[in-house]
Design a protein around this ligand. Sequence first.
Ligand code: HEC
Ligand code: HEC
Length: 342
Amino acid sequence: MRRSSSLVVLASVVAFGGLAVELPRDTLPKELPLAPPYGVVAKDEPAPAPPDARLVELGRALFFAPELSVDGTVSCASCHHPDHGFADDEATSQGVHGRRTARNSPALLNRALGASFFWDGRAATLAEQVLQPIENPDEMGAKLDDVLARLAKDAAWSARFQQAMGGAPTRERLATALASFVSALWHGDTPVDRFQAGDAAALTEEERTGLWIYESKGGCWRCHSGTNFTDEAFHNTGVGVKDGVAEPGREAVTKDANDRGAFKTPTLRGVALTAPYMHDGSLATLKDVVEFYRRGGNANEHLDLDVEKLELTDVEAERLVLFLEALSRRVPGEVESGAKRK
Ligand code: HEC
Ligand code: HEC
Protein backbone atom coordinates (compact mmCIF):
# COMPACT_ATOMS: atom_id res chain seq x y z
CA MET A 1 0.00 0.00 0.00
CA ARG A 2 1.40 3.34 -0.96
CA ARG A 3 -0.60 6.02 0.78
CA SER A 4 -0.22 9.77 0.87
CA SER A 5 1.30 10.89 4.15
CA SER A 6 -1.94 12.20 5.66
CA LEU A 7 -3.35 8.72 5.51
CA VAL A 8 -0.46 6.77 6.84
CA VAL A 9 -1.93 5.68 10.10
CA LEU A 10 0.85 3.30 10.65
CA ALA A 11 -1.02 0.43 11.53
CA SER A 12 -0.38 -2.79 13.23
CA VAL A 13 2.52 -4.55 11.61
CA VAL A 14 1.38 -8.08 11.09
CA ALA A 15 3.74 -10.94 10.57
CA PHE A 16 2.06 -13.65 8.57
CA GLY A 17 3.80 -16.49 6.81
CA GLY A 18 7.05 -14.58 7.07
CA LEU A 19 5.68 -11.40 5.46
CA ALA A 20 5.58 -8.17 7.41
CA VAL A 21 2.93 -5.74 6.18
CA GLU A 22 1.42 -2.53 7.39
CA LEU A 23 -2.34 -2.50 7.54
CA PRO A 24 -4.81 0.28 8.31
CA ARG A 25 -5.68 0.34 11.97
CA ASP A 26 -9.22 0.44 13.38
CA THR A 27 -9.60 4.15 14.24
CA LEU A 28 -13.39 4.04 14.61
CA PRO A 29 -15.20 5.00 17.81
CA LYS A 30 -15.62 2.16 20.28
CA GLU A 31 -19.40 2.12 19.89
CA LEU A 32 -20.85 2.38 16.40
CA PRO A 33 -24.39 3.79 16.16
CA LEU A 34 -26.42 0.96 14.69
CA ALA A 35 -29.44 2.98 13.52
CA PRO A 36 -29.20 5.63 10.81
CA PRO A 37 -28.22 9.12 11.99
CA TYR A 38 -30.52 12.09 11.62
CA GLY A 39 -31.65 12.91 8.11
CA VAL A 40 -30.51 9.82 6.19
CA VAL A 41 -33.93 8.16 6.16
CA ALA A 42 -37.12 10.12 5.47
CA LYS A 43 -39.86 10.14 8.13
CA ASP A 44 -42.32 8.28 5.93
CA GLU A 45 -39.83 5.57 4.98
CA PRO A 46 -38.97 2.52 7.09
CA ALA A 47 -35.42 2.49 8.48
CA PRO A 48 -33.52 -0.78 7.98
CA ALA A 49 -33.52 -3.01 11.06
CA PRO A 50 -30.34 -2.27 13.05
CA PRO A 51 -27.81 -5.12 12.87
CA ASP A 52 -27.03 -7.17 15.99
CA ALA A 53 -24.25 -5.48 17.98
CA ARG A 54 -22.36 -8.77 18.52
CA LEU A 55 -22.34 -9.49 14.80
CA VAL A 56 -21.14 -5.95 14.10
CA GLU A 57 -18.25 -6.48 16.55
CA LEU A 58 -17.22 -9.75 14.91
CA GLY A 59 -17.57 -8.25 11.43
CA ARG A 60 -15.48 -5.30 12.51
CA ALA A 61 -12.61 -7.56 13.60
CA LEU A 62 -12.86 -9.49 10.33
CA PHE A 63 -12.88 -6.28 8.26
CA PHE A 64 -9.46 -5.37 9.63
CA ALA A 65 -8.10 -8.94 9.50
CA PRO A 66 -5.39 -9.80 6.94
CA GLU A 67 -6.17 -13.49 7.52
CA LEU A 68 -8.94 -13.14 4.94
CA SER A 69 -6.36 -12.74 2.15
CA VAL A 70 -4.31 -15.53 0.62
CA ASP A 71 -0.95 -14.36 1.99
CA GLY A 72 -2.02 -12.18 4.92
CA THR A 73 -1.02 -8.90 3.25
CA VAL A 74 -4.44 -7.33 2.57
CA SER A 75 -7.52 -6.64 4.69
CA CYS A 76 -10.85 -5.13 3.62
CA ALA A 77 -9.61 -1.91 5.20
CA SER A 78 -6.55 -1.86 2.89
CA CYS A 79 -8.87 -0.63 0.14
CA HIS A 80 -11.79 0.69 2.23
CA HIS A 81 -9.85 2.96 4.54
CA PRO A 82 -11.61 3.97 7.79
CA ASP A 83 -10.09 7.48 7.62
CA HIS A 84 -11.20 7.97 4.03
CA GLY A 85 -14.95 7.29 4.14
CA PHE A 86 -14.08 3.60 3.64
CA ALA A 87 -12.83 4.37 0.13
CA ASP A 88 -9.25 4.37 -1.19
CA ASP A 89 -7.19 7.49 -1.88
CA GLU A 90 -5.91 6.00 -5.12
CA ALA A 91 -7.83 5.64 -8.39
CA THR A 92 -7.51 1.86 -8.25
CA SER A 93 -6.38 -0.24 -5.30
CA GLN A 94 -3.57 -2.66 -4.71
CA GLY A 95 -4.54 -6.19 -3.87
CA VAL A 96 -2.42 -9.29 -3.21
CA HIS A 97 0.73 -10.06 -5.25
CA GLY A 98 0.93 -6.41 -6.35
CA ARG A 99 -2.21 -6.78 -8.49
CA ARG A 100 -4.56 -3.85 -8.96
CA THR A 101 -8.34 -3.60 -9.03
CA ALA A 102 -10.06 -2.71 -12.30
CA ARG A 103 -12.23 -0.06 -10.60
CA ASN A 104 -12.15 2.52 -7.83
CA SER A 105 -12.83 1.21 -4.32
CA PRO A 106 -16.14 2.84 -3.41
CA ALA A 107 -17.05 4.48 -0.13
CA LEU A 108 -18.93 2.14 2.22
CA LEU A 109 -21.22 4.77 3.78
CA ASN A 110 -24.96 4.22 4.28
CA ARG A 111 -24.75 0.95 2.35
CA ALA A 112 -27.47 -0.53 4.58
CA LEU A 113 -29.76 1.46 2.27
CA GLY A 114 -28.21 0.01 -0.90
CA ALA A 115 -30.49 -1.63 -3.46
CA SER A 116 -27.57 -3.37 -5.21
CA PHE A 117 -23.80 -3.56 -4.81
CA PHE A 118 -20.70 -2.98 -6.96
CA TRP A 119 -20.51 -0.15 -9.50
CA ASP A 120 -22.55 -2.23 -11.95
CA GLY A 121 -24.91 -3.60 -9.29
CA ARG A 122 -23.97 -7.25 -9.92
CA ALA A 123 -24.54 -8.27 -6.27
CA ALA A 124 -28.11 -8.07 -4.97
CA THR A 125 -27.38 -8.01 -1.24
CA LEU A 126 -24.54 -6.99 1.06
CA ALA A 127 -24.22 -10.56 2.33
CA GLU A 128 -23.74 -11.71 -1.27
CA GLN A 129 -21.20 -8.95 -1.94
CA VAL A 130 -18.90 -9.24 1.07
CA LEU A 131 -17.49 -12.72 0.31
CA GLN A 132 -16.51 -11.86 -3.26
CA PRO A 133 -13.44 -9.72 -2.47
CA ILE A 134 -11.95 -12.70 -0.59
CA GLU A 135 -11.86 -14.82 -3.76
CA ASN A 136 -11.22 -12.00 -6.28
CA PRO A 137 -7.65 -12.58 -7.61
CA ASP A 138 -7.06 -8.78 -7.81
CA GLU A 139 -8.20 -8.25 -4.22
CA MET A 140 -7.62 -10.92 -1.55
CA GLY A 141 -6.89 -13.85 -3.88
CA ALA A 142 -7.88 -16.62 -1.44
CA LYS A 143 -10.16 -19.67 -1.51
CA LEU A 144 -13.08 -19.21 0.81
CA ASP A 145 -12.78 -22.76 2.14
CA ASP A 146 -9.11 -22.19 3.00
CA VAL A 147 -9.98 -18.98 4.84
CA LEU A 148 -12.76 -20.71 6.78
CA ALA A 149 -10.39 -23.56 7.70
CA ARG A 150 -7.75 -21.05 8.81
CA LEU A 151 -10.27 -19.20 11.03
CA ALA A 152 -11.60 -22.46 12.47
CA LYS A 153 -8.11 -23.66 13.35
CA ASP A 154 -7.27 -20.42 15.15
CA ALA A 155 -8.41 -20.64 18.79
CA ALA A 156 -9.11 -16.90 19.11
CA TRP A 157 -11.16 -16.65 15.90
CA SER A 158 -13.12 -19.79 16.55
CA ALA A 159 -13.96 -18.55 20.07
CA ARG A 160 -15.14 -15.24 18.61
CA PHE A 161 -17.43 -16.98 16.13
CA GLN A 162 -18.70 -19.25 18.87
CA GLN A 163 -19.50 -16.32 21.17
CA ALA A 164 -21.10 -14.07 18.55
CA MET A 165 -22.83 -16.67 16.39
CA GLY A 166 -22.95 -19.87 18.39
CA GLY A 167 -20.91 -21.97 15.97
CA ALA A 168 -17.79 -22.50 13.90
CA PRO A 169 -16.92 -20.19 10.98
CA THR A 170 -19.02 -20.97 7.91
CA ARG A 171 -19.59 -19.17 4.64
CA GLU A 172 -22.95 -17.83 5.87
CA ARG A 173 -21.65 -16.72 9.26
CA LEU A 174 -18.69 -14.93 7.70
CA ALA A 175 -20.99 -13.16 5.24
CA THR A 176 -23.50 -12.20 7.93
CA ALA A 177 -20.82 -10.79 10.24
CA LEU A 178 -19.09 -8.75 7.52
CA ALA A 179 -22.42 -7.47 6.14
CA SER A 180 -23.55 -6.51 9.66
CA PHE A 181 -20.43 -4.40 10.15
CA VAL A 182 -20.76 -2.70 6.76
CA SER A 183 -24.44 -1.98 7.59
CA ALA A 184 -23.30 -0.05 10.67
CA LEU A 185 -21.17 2.45 8.70
CA TRP A 186 -23.38 5.52 8.65
CA HIS A 187 -22.88 9.08 7.56
CA GLY A 188 -25.55 11.68 8.29
CA ASP A 189 -26.69 14.47 10.57
CA THR A 190 -24.92 17.12 8.52
CA PRO A 191 -25.51 20.90 8.45
CA VAL A 192 -27.58 20.29 5.29
CA ASP A 193 -29.95 18.06 7.31
CA ARG A 194 -30.26 20.70 10.02
CA PHE A 195 -30.92 23.39 7.44
CA GLN A 196 -33.61 21.30 5.78
CA ALA A 197 -35.19 20.71 9.19
CA GLY A 198 -35.59 24.47 9.63
CA ASP A 199 -32.33 25.67 11.22
CA ALA A 200 -31.58 28.48 8.76
CA ALA A 201 -28.20 29.23 10.36
CA ALA A 202 -26.87 25.69 9.83
CA LEU A 203 -25.55 26.57 6.35
CA THR A 204 -23.61 29.64 5.25
CA GLU A 205 -25.08 31.74 2.49
CA GLU A 206 -22.55 30.24 0.03
CA GLU A 207 -23.51 26.68 1.01
CA ARG A 208 -27.20 27.56 0.65
CA THR A 209 -26.53 28.78 -2.88
CA GLY A 210 -24.79 25.46 -3.57
CA LEU A 211 -27.81 23.53 -2.24
CA TRP A 212 -30.08 25.61 -4.45
CA ILE A 213 -27.97 24.84 -7.54
CA TYR A 214 -28.03 21.12 -6.66
CA GLU A 215 -31.84 21.38 -6.49
CA SER A 216 -32.35 23.55 -9.57
CA LYS A 217 -30.27 24.20 -12.66
CA GLY A 218 -27.46 21.83 -11.59
CA GLY A 219 -29.92 18.96 -12.09
CA CYS A 220 -27.97 16.85 -9.58
CA TRP A 221 -31.18 15.95 -7.70
CA ARG A 222 -32.44 14.02 -10.73
CA CYS A 223 -30.13 11.12 -9.90
CA HIS A 224 -28.65 11.95 -6.47
CA SER A 225 -32.19 12.06 -5.11
CA GLY A 226 -33.92 11.43 -1.80
CA THR A 227 -32.57 11.66 1.72
CA ASN A 228 -29.53 9.49 0.89
CA PHE A 229 -28.76 11.54 -2.23
CA THR A 230 -28.95 8.58 -4.61
CA ASP A 231 -31.68 6.94 -6.68
CA GLU A 232 -29.79 3.60 -6.38
CA ALA A 233 -30.18 3.36 -10.16
CA PHE A 234 -27.74 3.22 -13.09
CA HIS A 235 -26.87 6.04 -15.46
CA ASN A 236 -24.44 6.70 -18.26
CA THR A 237 -22.68 9.99 -17.50
CA GLY A 238 -19.83 9.23 -19.90
CA VAL A 239 -17.22 8.44 -17.25
CA GLY A 240 -14.63 6.10 -18.79
CA VAL A 241 -15.67 6.77 -22.38
CA LYS A 242 -12.73 6.45 -24.79
CA ASP A 243 -12.98 7.68 -28.37
CA GLY A 244 -16.74 7.95 -27.93
CA VAL A 245 -17.05 4.32 -26.81
CA ALA A 246 -18.34 3.43 -23.34
CA GLU A 247 -17.30 0.44 -21.20
CA PRO A 248 -20.03 -2.18 -20.75
CA GLY A 249 -20.93 -1.11 -17.18
CA ARG A 250 -24.45 -2.22 -16.26
CA GLU A 251 -24.86 -3.92 -19.64
CA ALA A 252 -22.58 -6.71 -18.41
CA VAL A 253 -25.26 -7.57 -15.80
CA THR A 254 -28.53 -6.99 -17.68
CA LYS A 255 -27.29 -7.86 -21.24
CA ASP A 256 -29.41 -4.91 -22.37
CA ALA A 257 -27.54 -2.68 -24.83
CA ASN A 258 -29.40 0.35 -23.47
CA ASP A 259 -27.48 -0.10 -20.21
CA ARG A 260 -24.12 0.33 -21.93
CA GLY A 261 -21.80 2.56 -19.88
CA ALA A 262 -24.30 2.94 -17.03
CA PHE A 263 -22.96 2.79 -13.47
CA LYS A 264 -24.62 3.04 -10.07
CA THR A 265 -25.33 6.51 -8.69
CA PRO A 266 -23.27 6.84 -5.49
CA THR A 267 -24.53 8.68 -2.43
CA LEU A 268 -23.24 12.25 -2.07
CA ARG A 269 -23.17 11.98 1.72
CA GLY A 270 -19.60 12.03 3.02
CA VAL A 271 -18.28 12.55 -0.52
CA ALA A 272 -15.67 15.16 0.48
CA LEU A 273 -13.90 12.35 2.40
CA THR A 274 -13.52 9.91 -0.46
CA ALA A 275 -11.48 11.35 -3.39
CA PRO A 276 -10.68 10.36 -6.10
CA TYR A 277 -14.10 9.98 -7.72
CA MET A 278 -16.12 7.91 -10.18
CA HIS A 279 -15.99 4.17 -10.96
CA ASP A 280 -12.53 4.55 -12.48
CA GLY A 281 -11.23 7.10 -9.98
CA SER A 282 -10.54 9.42 -12.92
CA LEU A 283 -11.57 12.68 -11.24
CA ALA A 284 -9.23 13.86 -8.48
CA THR A 285 -11.32 16.52 -6.73
CA LEU A 286 -14.91 17.64 -6.24
CA LYS A 287 -14.08 20.67 -8.37
CA ASP A 288 -13.10 18.29 -11.20
CA VAL A 289 -16.44 16.48 -10.75
CA VAL A 290 -18.41 19.72 -11.00
CA GLU A 291 -16.40 20.74 -14.10
CA PHE A 292 -17.19 17.32 -15.62
CA TYR A 293 -20.94 17.92 -15.21
CA ARG A 294 -20.62 21.54 -16.31
CA ARG A 295 -19.37 20.45 -19.70
CA GLY A 296 -22.16 17.85 -19.94
CA GLY A 297 -20.24 14.64 -19.14
CA ASN A 298 -18.54 12.72 -21.95
CA ALA A 299 -20.42 12.32 -25.22
CA ASN A 300 -21.31 8.75 -26.21
CA GLU A 301 -24.22 6.93 -27.80
CA HIS A 302 -25.96 6.11 -24.51
CA LEU A 303 -25.37 9.32 -22.54
CA ASP A 304 -28.22 9.79 -20.03
CA LEU A 305 -30.72 12.46 -21.08
CA ASP A 306 -30.35 14.07 -17.66
CA VAL A 307 -26.69 14.86 -18.32
CA GLU A 308 -26.46 18.10 -20.28
CA LYS A 309 -24.14 21.06 -20.49
CA LEU A 310 -24.82 23.29 -17.45
CA GLU A 311 -25.06 27.05 -17.49
CA LEU A 312 -23.15 27.71 -14.27
CA THR A 313 -20.87 30.63 -13.50
CA ASP A 314 -17.49 29.97 -11.90
CA VAL A 315 -18.85 31.27 -8.60
CA GLU A 316 -21.86 28.93 -8.81
CA ALA A 317 -19.57 25.96 -9.52
CA GLU A 318 -17.59 26.83 -6.38
CA ARG A 319 -20.78 27.08 -4.33
CA LEU A 320 -21.81 23.62 -5.48
CA VAL A 321 -18.54 22.24 -4.12
CA LEU A 322 -19.16 24.03 -0.79
CA PHE A 323 -22.56 22.35 -0.60
CA LEU A 324 -20.99 18.90 -1.17
CA GLU A 325 -18.48 19.66 1.59
CA ALA A 326 -21.30 20.68 3.96
CA LEU A 327 -23.02 17.39 3.18
CA SER A 328 -19.86 15.65 4.35
CA ARG A 329 -19.54 17.37 7.75
CA ARG A 330 -21.20 15.85 10.73
CA VAL A 331 -22.87 18.22 13.16
CA PRO A 332 -20.59 17.99 16.22
CA GLY A 333 -21.84 16.57 19.46
CA GLU A 334 -25.23 15.09 19.10
CA VAL A 335 -25.67 11.76 17.32
CA GLU A 336 -29.37 11.27 17.25
CA SER A 337 -29.48 7.63 16.27
CA GLY A 338 -32.57 6.55 14.47
CA ALA A 339 -33.87 10.09 14.00
CA LYS A 340 -35.49 10.76 10.66
CA ARG A 341 -35.94 13.78 8.48
CA LYS A 342 -39.36 15.27 7.87
C1 HEC B 1 -7.89 -4.80 -3.16
C2 HEC B 1 -8.93 -3.85 -2.82
C3 HEC B 1 -10.18 -4.31 -2.13
C4 HEC B 1 -10.30 -5.16 -1.04
C5 HEC B 1 -9.21 -5.88 -0.30
C6 HEC B 1 -11.70 -5.19 -0.72
N1 HEC B 1 -12.42 -4.41 -1.57
FE1 HEC B 1 -14.39 -3.97 -1.48
N2 HEC B 1 -14.30 -3.11 -3.28
C7 HEC B 1 -13.15 -2.86 -3.99
C8 HEC B 1 -13.48 -2.39 -5.32
C9 HEC B 1 -12.50 -2.01 -6.42
C10 HEC B 1 -14.89 -2.39 -5.40
C11 HEC B 1 -15.74 -2.03 -6.62
C12 HEC B 1 -15.64 -3.17 -7.62
C13 HEC B 1 -16.66 -3.10 -8.72
O1 HEC B 1 -17.66 -2.41 -8.57
O2 HEC B 1 -16.45 -3.78 -9.73
C14 HEC B 1 -15.38 -2.82 -4.08
C15 HEC B 1 -16.72 -2.89 -3.71
C16 HEC B 1 -17.16 -3.19 -2.44
C17 HEC B 1 -18.53 -3.07 -1.98
C18 HEC B 1 -19.71 -2.56 -2.78
C19 HEC B 1 -20.14 -1.20 -2.33
C20 HEC B 1 -21.26 -0.63 -3.15
O3 HEC B 1 -21.92 0.24 -2.64
O4 HEC B 1 -21.49 -1.03 -4.29
C21 HEC B 1 -18.55 -3.51 -0.66
C22 HEC B 1 -19.75 -3.58 0.27
C23 HEC B 1 -17.20 -3.92 -0.34
N3 HEC B 1 -16.38 -3.69 -1.42
C24 HEC B 1 -16.84 -4.49 0.87
C25 HEC B 1 -15.61 -5.14 1.05
C26 HEC B 1 -15.32 -6.06 2.14
C27 HEC B 1 -16.29 -6.44 3.24
C28 HEC B 1 -14.04 -6.49 1.95
C29 HEC B 1 -13.27 -7.52 2.77
C30 HEC B 1 -13.86 -8.85 2.82
C31 HEC B 1 -13.53 -5.81 0.78
N4 HEC B 1 -14.52 -5.02 0.25
C32 HEC B 1 -12.23 -5.95 0.31
C33 HEC B 1 -11.85 -3.04 -3.52
C34 HEC B 1 -11.53 -3.86 -2.46
C1 HEC C 1 -27.95 11.28 -14.87
C2 HEC C 1 -27.77 11.05 -13.45
C3 HEC C 1 -26.82 11.96 -12.70
C4 HEC C 1 -26.84 13.34 -12.61
C5 HEC C 1 -27.81 14.31 -13.27
C6 HEC C 1 -25.76 13.69 -11.73
N1 HEC C 1 -25.10 12.57 -11.31
FE1 HEC C 1 -23.44 12.52 -10.16
N2 HEC C 1 -23.23 10.54 -10.52
C7 HEC C 1 -24.11 9.77 -11.26
C8 HEC C 1 -23.51 8.48 -11.53
C9 HEC C 1 -24.16 7.34 -12.30
C10 HEC C 1 -22.23 8.52 -10.96
C11 HEC C 1 -21.15 7.43 -11.09
C12 HEC C 1 -20.61 7.54 -12.52
C13 HEC C 1 -19.47 6.60 -12.85
O1 HEC C 1 -18.58 6.44 -12.04
O2 HEC C 1 -19.50 6.05 -13.97
C14 HEC C 1 -22.10 9.82 -10.31
C15 HEC C 1 -20.99 10.23 -9.57
C16 HEC C 1 -20.92 11.43 -8.89
C17 HEC C 1 -19.89 11.79 -7.95
C18 HEC C 1 -18.74 10.88 -7.52
C19 HEC C 1 -19.06 10.17 -6.24
C20 HEC C 1 -18.08 9.09 -5.88
O3 HEC C 1 -18.23 8.56 -4.78
O4 HEC C 1 -17.18 8.76 -6.68
C21 HEC C 1 -20.17 13.05 -7.49
C22 HEC C 1 -19.40 13.84 -6.46
C23 HEC C 1 -21.36 13.49 -8.19
N3 HEC C 1 -21.79 12.49 -9.02
C24 HEC C 1 -21.94 14.73 -8.02
C25 HEC C 1 -22.94 15.22 -8.85
C26 HEC C 1 -23.32 16.60 -8.94
C27 HEC C 1 -22.73 17.73 -8.10
C28 HEC C 1 -24.29 16.70 -9.90
C29 HEC C 1 -24.98 17.95 -10.42
C30 HEC C 1 -24.11 18.92 -11.04
C31 HEC C 1 -24.51 15.34 -10.39
N4 HEC C 1 -23.68 14.47 -9.75
C32 HEC C 1 -25.44 15.00 -11.36
C33 HEC C 1 -25.34 10.16 -11.71
C34 HEC C 1 -25.71 11.49 -11.89
